[in-house]
Design a protein around this ligand. Structure first.
Ligand SMILES: Cc1cc2nc3c(=O)[nH]c(=O)nc-3n(C[C@H](O)[C@H](O)[C@H](O)COP(=O)(O)OP(=O)(O)OC[C@H]3O[C@@H](n4cnc5c(N)ncnc54)[C@H](O)[C@@H]3O)c2cc1C
Length: 323
């Protein structure tokens, strides 16, 4: 039996038996905020205004207060009646539906002892569309892992920035076996992390830990986002790493304030969330994009809301584990 899902703004689409809300939306060309699709990152959190849903996951990222208020994770929730949701359809931003394509490794470069840059090439006749900030899935030998795209959409190669996770199945491949011309498969593009239009806002704050700098690099370097970036009076990047020597990328743009936050070069250790109150900005007129560690994202969200940020102006992409 098919059920109906309605968004507050009036858009309606149907949901087939056993589909999650996100699956039904994507099938109907409706793009709701999402990322990991496994109920871990909380990008797909939204409020149910009416109707009933069920979940097979514990929805651990939601607090009991949020659950009581009707918030759910739409990537693991299935409707059992017609429902109405407080959610925005993002399809106006020009998302492409994901495709699965072959890709070969072009180059592998060491950026730090724990991080490599992998450049991939796709067949010359293969058109690849994504919005800067989105991620892709790499499929190799029965393993699937997500990586943010670090290069702009018009590049001839797709650049990934990959960390070595101890004992990691895919890390073992990247750091011990991978070589130029290896054949992989990609599911591209994925997720809804991208720079929206904020012409009424004064300041853009971009937060990253480790390889979380990848989508921020794509957003800042892309010719297609420059108009949106120019709308802000200030663009500030805070990038959390352990040591100065690990800062493998720096933006050469005068209009972007670049602040490395080096946790092991300070006593006591400080992290991104500890530096936010040092920024002399009007938080009510600011938007924040955060990427990388789930812990940093949660702590930074809490801190920025305390400082006066509107909760609708915090966007994030958490690099959660796949298992
Ligand atoms: C939307 C998204 C974008 C991502 N983008 C990137 C990226 O640009 N660069 C990048 O290096 N990684 C990124 N990741 C993480 C990546 O998908 C893998 O989780 C990571 O590379 C580890 O895979 P693995 O097979 O080596 O480890 P696994 O075999 O999956 O795990 C090995 C061990 O490491 C732990 N672990 C795995 N992943 C993480 C994690 N993310 N955080 C903390 N502990 C972990 C596991 O719990 C386990 O103990 C992203 C994840 C998501 C969801």
């Amino acid at each position: 039996m098919s059920l109906q899902i309605k968004l507050k703004e009036g858009i309606k689409f149907s949901c087939e038996n056993n589909q999650t809300i996100i699956e039904a939306a994507l099938q109907n060309g409706v793009f709701l905020d999402h990322s990991c699709l496994t109920g871990r990152c909380s990008s797909c959190k939204l409020k149910v205004l009416s109707g009933e849903t069920v979940t097979e996951s514990d929805e651990l990222p939601l607090s009991s207060e949020e659950k009581n208020q009707g918030y759910i994770l739409s990537c693991v929730r299935k409707p059992i009646s017609d429902i109405e949701l407080e959610a925005e359809d993002l399809s106006q931003y020009g998302f492409s539906n994901p495709i699965t394509i072959p890709a070969k490794i072009n180059t592998i470069k060491s950026l730090t002892p724990e991080i490599i840059q992998v450049n991939l090439r796709v067949p010359p006749n293969q058109k690849v569309n994504f919005l800067e900030g989105q991620y892709l899935n790499v499929l190799w030998n029965g393993i699937k892992r997500s990586y943010s795209i670090a290069s702009p959409t018009n590049s001839s190669e797709i650049e990934l920035i990959i960390k070595n996770y101890e004992g990691g199945a895919m890390s073992a491949y990247w750091f011990e076996q991978a070589k130029p011309n290896d054949l992989l498969r990609l599911e591209i593009p994925k997720g809804t992390f991208f720079l929206r239009n904020h012409s009424d806002k004064d300041t853009l704050v971009l937060l990253a830990t480790g390889t979380g700098i990848a989508p921020i690099k794509a957003i800042l370097e892309s010719p297609s986002t420059q108009e949106k970036l120019k709308e802000f009076n200030r663009v500030i990047v805070l990038w959390g790493m352990k040591f100065e020597r690990e800062i493998f990328w720096k933006l050469n743009q005068d209009n972007v304030e670049f602040i490395p936050v080096l946790s092991r070069e300070s006593q006591p250790k400080h992290y991104i969330q500890d530096k936010l109150s040092d920024l002399k900005i009007n938080w009510t007129n600011t938007v924040v994009y955060a990427c990388g560690s789930y812990q940093m994202i949660q702590a930074a969200k809490k801190r920025t809301l305390e400082l006066g940020l509107n909760s609708n102006h915090f966007y994030s992409d958490a690099f959660v584990a796949s298992n």
